[in-house]
Design a protein around this ligand. Structure first.
Ligand SMILES: C[S@@+](CC[C@H](N)C(=O)[O-])C[C@H]1O[C@@H](n2cnc3c(N)ncnc32)[C@H](O)[C@@H]1O
Length: 166
């Protein structure tokens, strides 16, 4: 389902509000669940531990390093991960033949600790590094390249349109 690479990048992420998330999902042991932002799978691991052999967990993440981590540490027939944006979640669920059967979806939005810890990713406010800032580094343009090419007006427009409260 997802293209895996062997990785030595095993930086961990502490899942936030783990107990609350598990209670909130109200997990049925035979149910179908989606983790739309897998990260390093802290929530996913806990969801899997509540599922019976017929339960399913589908997961997504944009970040290849998250996918590599899943390939290495989530060898479980109840679990399937796909690299990509959760904007494509409905399509992924359809491909798995589980459309209309999902019992709960978790979206733990934002950056993961490994993305912050690695200065090369450009998200760190603790360590200097190239300003990349892409969740999926195989697509699009890094933030440094974009900043070097953009006009002040365009920069202001993007900050305004993506940063305002709705
Ligand atoms: C806060 S972390 C999730 C941590 C995870 N719950 C855990 O326990 O390890 C957020 C994750 O969402 C991913 N992400 C951000 N935007 C995304 C998007 N549009 N689609 C899919 N994944 C996304 C990031 O790559 C990151 O791994």
């Amino acid at each position: 389902m997802a293209a895996c690479r062997m990785t030595e990048n095993v930086l961990q992420h502490q899942p936030v509000l783990l107990a609350e998330v598990i209670v909130g999902l109200g997990i049925k042991s035979e149910g179908v669940y989606v983790d739309a932002t897998f990260g390093r799978g802290g929530h996913a691991q806990s969801i899997l531990s509540q599922l019976s052999p017929t339960g399913r967990l589908l997961a997504m993440d944009k970040d290849q390093q998250a996918i590599d981590y899943a390939c290495q540490f989530f060898n479980d027939s109840r679990f399937t991960i796909q690299q990509g944006s959760f904007a494509g979640l409905a399509e992924f669920v359809k491909q798995q033949g589980l459309y209309g059967k999902v019992d709960g979806i978790l979206c733990d939005l934002g950056v993961s600790s490994p993305q912050l810890d690695d200065p090369e990713r450009g998200f760190s406010f603790m360590r200097a590094g190239k300003l990349d800032m892409r969740m999926d580094t195989s697509r699009g343009m890094d933030a440094a390249t974009w900043l070097a090419s953009v006009s002040a007006e365009e920069l202001a427009r993007v900050f305004y349109s993506t940063g305002r409260a709705w």
